[in-house]
Design a protein around this ligand. Structure first.
Ligand code: UGA
Length: 429
């Protein structure tokens, strides 16, 4: 099948490369000429394990190409995917400007009717609204379809080929199955639903996962008051198949480009439809509070932070990504800098992106050990697996005092305490 993908951001590029790998011919369009040049040279514009390799392979076998001109490629394909951004507006609702602009361009440029699939996360009713824009003029019939994306950053390539499910929302079943068939080589549960249902599945899934995280973070706070251990509580809960062990890791709260935005958007769209989604208000409050509580824990141990030298490991919103959007690590560094601490930090991938959002005198180090030389304390703020594998004898020698704050419960607290560290984590004493 010939497919056009508009928007080569995270969702667009991974989907394009994945669909090409499945054997389709994929034309990618983006308005940013610089991005297009980089992609044409076979390099991804963000860090994602395994993506560069598949990008190069599918460019070489000519199943994938990149252009800034939608006009040039639009009539070569039967199906168009919209994968542009839906950034949050000040009230939390999703901004659909780019999605609407793409629909209007398709309407103007396309000679024939087509299936237009939205992969961007959009509010319920967007599919219906897009179909109106697309069918503004009679003569051609466009079908708007929703195919929400469930990829996790850092594991997106794996997730594309091994998804838990593929959901397609369409007005006509036959159209829905045409889109589902693009993924016929992928063995998983496949669902064709109404457009509205598909649109809501995406928000509901992200909001539920965020709720699990806020729930376990609340439990971690009860653990701190009672002497229970949140890691063991999570394990004990997760062994119940109805609960499962995933997304029960306590820490300094969720971040990223999806959970914070989507939880706010679902709350906003429920309110806009006359329903007060009380639970989500608490999920957001708990997440913000969790970041603050961890900062207060640091202050309680170290006293005034003014002039204190603090090493921070991690800038990305989670491990295996260079993305710092709504990162709890970045938020924490901002708080430390405001309290006049001297911050030295390291992240395996996210330094360049962090530099764009962090101000103040921050030292960016070439490796983890540099951050802790003569530091008053070390903070782990991102769950990069390699931070758990440091040489802790060396860490102890480098630190001025052996204090570790672990915002991701990454280390084995018994071992690290035995090694002579004062160790503070989340929900474990
Ligand atoms: C999330 C969803 O997991 C994907 O299914 C979805 O497609 C994606 O959003 C999206 O809407 O595009 P992602 O943002 O890549 O994926 O990251 P997650 O792995 O879900 O982690 C989100 C945040 O929650 C991170 O800050 C992570 O550190 C935190 N987290 C995760 C916890 O604090 N505890 C956990 O147990 C799990």
């Amino acid at each position: 099948m010939k497919i056009t993908i508009v928007g080569t951001g995270y969702v667009g590029l991974v989907s394009a490369v994945g669909l090409a790998e499945l054997g389709h011919r994929v034309f990618c369009v983006d308005t940013d000429p610089q991005k297009i040049e980089i992609l044409k040279s076979g390099r991804a514009t963000f860090y994602e394990p395994g993506l560069d390799k598949l990008l190069k392979k599918n460019l070489a076998n000519r199943r994938l190409s990149f252009t800034v001109s939608l006009a040039q490629v639009i009539d070569q394909s039967e199906i168009i995917f919209i994968c542009v951004g839906t950034p949050p507006q000040p009230d939390g609702s999703a901004d659909l400007t780019y999605v609407k602009q793409v629909a209007a361009s398709i309407q103007t440029l396309s000679k024939q009717g087509k299936i237009v699939v939205t992969k961007s996360t959009v509010p319920i009713g967007t599919g219906a609204m897009l179909e109106q824009i697309l069918n503004k003029k009679p003569g051609r019939v466009f079908e708007a379809v929703s195919c929400p994306e469930f990829l996790r950053e850092g594991q997106a390539v794996y997730d594309f080929f091994h998804p838990d499910r593929i959901v397609v929302g369409a007005d006509k079943q036959s159209v829905g199955f045409k889109v589902i068939n693009l993924f016929s080589a992928v063995k998983t549960h496949k669902m064709v639903t109404s457009r509205e249902t598909a649109e809501l599945i995406k928000y509901a899934a992200n909001a539920f996962l965020a709720t699990k995280i806020s729930f376990i973070n609340e439990i971690s706070n009860v653990c701190e008051k009672t002497g229970a251990d949140v890691e063991e509580v999570a394990k004990g809960m997760g062994l119940d198949k109805r609960i499962n062990p995933y997304f029960l890791k306590a820490g300094i709260g969720y971040g990223g480009s999806c959970f914070p935005k989507d939880v706010r958007a679902l709350r906003q769209l429920s309110g806009g439809n006359g329903y007060n989604f009380r639970l989500l208000k608490a999920v957001i409050e708990v997440n913000n509070k969790q970041r603050q509580l961890f900062f207060e824990k640091i202050k309680k141990v170290l006293g005034s932070l003014e002039g204190k030298k603090i090493g921070v490991l991690g800038l990305a919103f989670k491990g295996n990504t260079d993305d710092v959007r709504e990162s709890a690590a970045v938020d924490l560094i901002k708080k430390l800098v405001k309290a006049k601490a001297k911050v030295s930090c390291f992240d395996p991938q996210a330094v360049a992106n962090a530099r764009l959002v962090l101000n103040g005198r921050i030292r960016y180090c070439a490796n983890a050990y540099e951050t802790m030389e003569q530091a008053d304390a070390l903070i782990i703020a991102t769950e990069w697996p390699q931070f758990a594998k440091l040489d802790f004898k060396k860490v102890k020698k480098l630190l001025r005092q052996p204090i570790i704050f672990d915002g991701k419960n990454l280390l084995n607290h018994q071992l690290i305490k035995k090694a002579g560290f004062s160790y503070y984590s989340v929900g474990r004493s």
